[in-house]
Unconditional design. Structure first.
Length: 145
């Protein structure tokens, strides 16, 4: 069974509380639970990890191939628009990575329009709320098949 690593960046631990008009009312646990059910249907296993610390996310990306993962879904949160280091970590591994966002980053403030990681991932899903993660998982499953 192929294993997928799902990484959640800064502030995503506050989903359901933080700006629900932008990010929705589902909690991170809700999203992870729905992803686990979908992964079962797709004959995949997922591990999820959330951190508010850039270095922790980078360490997980670096270890992902050695830990037996076949691909990664990442919502870098605010690091999307600021982190060259996160981009470099993604480009340093040979696993397919999909970028996912709850909101449409291209329809928000201008500083959110640029994603540093977009150029080193196989695809980006944004604007569908929690469903963005499920679409990313389906896309990654299709890519791996």
């Amino acid at each position: 069974m192929k294993r997928i690593l799902v990484l959640h960046g800064p502030n995503l631990n506050l989903l359901g509380q933080r700006e629900p008009e932008v990010y929705g009312r589902q909690t991170l646990a809700d999203i992870d639970g729905e992803l686990a059910m979908l992964a079962d249907q797709l004959d995949l296993a997922i591990d999820t990890f959330q951190s508010n610390h850039e270095g922790d996310l980078i360490d997980r990306i670096h270890a992902s191939a050695n830990d037996g993962f076949s691909g990664i879904i990442i919502n870098p949160g605010g690091l999307t628009h600021t982190s060259v280091a996160l981009r470099d970590a993604i480009s340093s591994i040979e696993l397919p990575v999909i970028e996912a966002h709850l909101s449409n980053i291209h329809a928000r403030e201008s500083f959110r329009h640029h994603s540093y990681v977009a150029g080193v991932v196989i695809g980006q899903v944004s604007g569908f709320g929690a469903t963005s993660y499920q679409l990313a998982l389906r896309g990654l499953a299709a890519h791996l098949a």
